[in-house]
Design a binder for this molecule. Structure first.
Ligand code: SF4
Length: 317
């Protein structure tokens, strides 16, 4: 029986002994899927900020960014004197896509900051050459280091459609190599990609869970202004290739997928909120509080039984 899912909050409390806040920093990097190295135009859903619309803008000083990011989360800090800590999070673009000397400098400086107790690095699996892996292994001796990989889907035709720019084999090799350095891996998965069915999403979750991953982030597909999906949105909807999930369908889908995730895997995200000024669809997702409450209530109402009967879901296209 799995009464609930393993949340990041719970994991942080077990690991760091307190509530942890992730501070979004900008390492000033770009992405090989944009600059022509592996592709141009980037992933079809990715905004101009490289999927870091809430991250700090690059100022050249990590210490300044840390202070600015701390100010950003100030209102969320516990008010009852409960202990808390900070983790650095390099989220925008591809944060291992730079010379290894540069990476060593910025990551070491960040980890040595007295307020920072660990490091999260978002990157692509095809941007982890041996010297970078070796560096991550050394950094992890200083403080905990986690790597986030944007797989999004295990369906190769979907990945090709949104221009991911690498095959599942590359992902598999990266997870194995990171595990060899004892780096916990968190995998991003987008729900509701064009041409994907519920079965495809299940297959993605099942595929991810065949690897020794530490965590999973579930994210609803957002159609953001300026992206290729935004340009194709009307046509895809018209062709019935694109099913923009409503709130209830998303809740059902998430509840359904949670049943397939082993209880030791940490769920870092159940949804996401696109930046309001860029969001085209689905607009209901801007009400993050309501989505979170609905998810919380749905989780309370249902007992999740691993591998058991699945709740009904109307996404069986
Ligand atoms: S790899 Fe990441 S940063 Fe690069 S285009 Fe895709 S989502 Fe954006």
């Amino acid at each position: 029986m799995k009464p609930y899912f393993y949340s990041a909050d719970e994991y942080f409390k077990e690991t760091f002994g307190k509530k942890m806040f992730r501070l979004s920093l900008d390492g000033g990097m770009t992405c090989p899927n944009r600059d022509g190295t592996t592709g141009t135009g980037g992933c079809a859903f990715c905004s101009a900020s490289g999927s870091g619309d809430f991250a700090q803008k690059h100022t050249g000083s990590l210490a300044e960014q840390i202070e600015a990011a701390k100010a950003q989360v100030k209102n969320k800090l516990p008010k009852n004197g409960a202990p808390f800590g900070y983790l650095a999070y390099f989220q925008s673009f591809t944060n291992t896509y730079a010379p290894v000397d540069y990476l060593e400098r910025i990551f070491t400086e960040t980890l040595m900051h007295p307020d920072i107790e660990g490091l999260f690095i978002g990157t692509r699996p095809d941007c982890l050459p041996a010297p970078v892996l070796e560096l991550l292994g050394r950094l992890a001796l200083l403080k905990p280091v986690y790597v986030e990989l944007g797989l999004q889907t295990a369906k190769e035709s979907s990945a090709a459609y949104f221009n991911r720019g690498y095959s599942n084999d590359v992902f598999a090799a990266a997870v194995t190599a990171l595990s060899g350095q004892h780096i916990p891996v968190i995998v991003h998965c987008i729900l509701g990609l064009p041409y994907e069915t519920l079965e495809d999403m299940q297959n993605t979750i099942d595929y991810i869970c065949t690897f020794p991953v530490h965590g999973i982030k579930l994210q609803l597909l957002h159609i953001l202004k300026g992206t290729r999906f935004a340009a194709e949105y009307d046509t895809l909807c018209h062709d019935n290739a694109f099913y923009c999930m409503d709130r209830q369908t998303y809740l059902d889908t998430v509840m359904h997928l949670l049943t397939r995730i082993p209880s030791h895997i940490v769920i870092y995200r159940l949804t996401g909120d696109g930046p309001k000024k860029l969001l085209i669809a689905p607009l209901w997702s801007t009400d993050k509080k309501r989505v979170q409450n609905d998810l919380r209530n749905a989780l309370k109402e249902r007992t999740i039984i691993q591998g058991g009967n699945l709740p009904p879901c109307n996404l069986n296209r």
